[in-house]
Design a protein around this ligand. Structure first.
Ligand SMILES: NC(=O)C1=CN([C@@H]2O[C@H](COP(=O)(O)OP(=O)(O)OC[C@H]3O[C@@H](n4cnc5c(N)ncnc54)[C@H](O)[C@@H]3O)[C@@H](O)[C@H]2O)C=CC1
Ligand SMILES: CC(=O)C(=O)O
Length: 305
């Protein structure tokens, strides 16, 4: 396509696996957007941008390499830059390596367009989203993270196999933290208006085993192939689509929840302005305890920066 589309999405860290996969997923979904790949590794960014743009010949979007200044003027800025987990390593252990990267990226992009929306994907995503908001200076609703959207997809796939219902028709969320303290919102989960737990095929199911498989899925993939990128590629593309097309889709993203007093992975409606509504989710007593652990972990990590 010779004329770039009018909306621009920049991916900082797009020279790496996650950023490049998000770029490809956005274009492959048919989103009419100019994607800019920005990375401190120029050569990797150049290569990824050329390779991804090769896929655009039959699509409405385009892809090219970009600068930090151009990224700062984009409609949506996606951050995937930084270290990733080694096998067996937790997401939270990345914070010391990644928090300075987030701060320096925000500085390099300034002045940031006041209407830009920032989507953080780098880990630990809940804490880094808080740092991105503070260092970018943008309003809280315009700075969000991919949160437990990916974990929610993993959960719904598990539940789909058990119940025989499409994962898109199962309303169940992984909540709290995109990390070891994520938990399943069993008490609020429904299928077709019916509580999930009253579905006949859920009787006798080992719920703790499901929770553990979802919680450990990233570890398992990283152990086997070094990193994860396809799942998050599509999740981030879906969130970006909601931001560009004002769809008000509900995803469990990292968003600032006023009543919790911090960023947390929690269901929210996403539209052009960023986070439009954050929802109250009914928790049972066991889930309330898990919630407290996740809240405490995020708050104490954020307090260090
Ligand atoms: N939130 C989620 O669900 C997921 C998050 N991730 C996270 O995404 C991040 C990226 O993972 P991968 O793409 O696999 O890593 P990668 O190593 O393939 O790519 C990281 C890229 O960041 C770039 N980079 C580093 N510092 C930079 C800076 N200051 N400015 C610009 N670019 C910079 C590197 O040059 C590299 O190209 C990790 O933190 C990982 O944990 C990964 C999968 C899922
Ligand atoms: C790496 C990571 O955060 C995930 O795949 O969930």
């Amino acid at each position: 396509m010779s004329t770039p589309p009018s909306q621009r999405v920049s991916i900082i860290g797009g020279g790496g696996n996650v950023g490049a996969t998000i770029a490809f997923a956005l274009l492959a979904k048919g989103v009419s957007v100019e994607v800019l790949i920005v990375d401190k590794a120029d050569n990797a960014a150049h290569g990824q941008a050329m390779d991804i743009d090769d896929a655009s010949f039959s699509l409405p979007g385009t892809c090219r390499i970009g600068t930090f200044q151009e990224a700062g003027q984009s409609d949506v800025i996606i951050v995937t830059a930084g270290a990733r987990q080694k096998p067996g390593e937790s997401r939270s252990s990345l914070v010391d390596r990644n928090y300075e990267i987030i701060g320096s990226i925000m500085e390099s992009m300034k002045p940031i367009r006041p209407t830009a929306r920032i989507l953080v994907v780098s880990n630990p995503v809940d804490v880094l989203t808080d740092i991105a908001q503070k260092t970018s200076g943008l309003p809280r609703n315009q700075v969000l993270g991919s949160g437990t959207y990916l974990d929610t997809g993993r959960l719904r796939n598990e539940l789909s196999v058990i119940t025989g219902v499409s994962s898109t028709s199962i309303h169940a969320y992984m909540l709290g933290e995109h990390g070891d303290n994520q938990f399943v919102g069993w008490a609020s989960a429904t299928i077709g208006g019916q509580p999930l737990l009253s579905h006949p095929k859920m009787a006798g199911v080992d719920r703790e085993a499901i929770h553990e498989r979802v919680r450990r899925k990233a570890y398992e993939i990283i152990e086997a192939k070094g990193s994860t990128y396809y799942g998050i590629g599509l999740c981030a593309a879906n969130i970006t689509e909601a931001l560009l097309y004002n769809t008000s889709q509900v995803y469990s993203v990292t968003n600032y929840v006023e009543r919790f007093g911090c960023y947390m992975s929690w269901p929210a409606a996403i539209g052009r302005g960023g986070v439009e509504q954050s929802f109250e989710v009914r928790l049972d007593d066991a889930e309330k305890k898990q919630f407290d652990v996740a809240l405490d972990a995020i708050k104490s990590a954020c307090a260090k920066f």
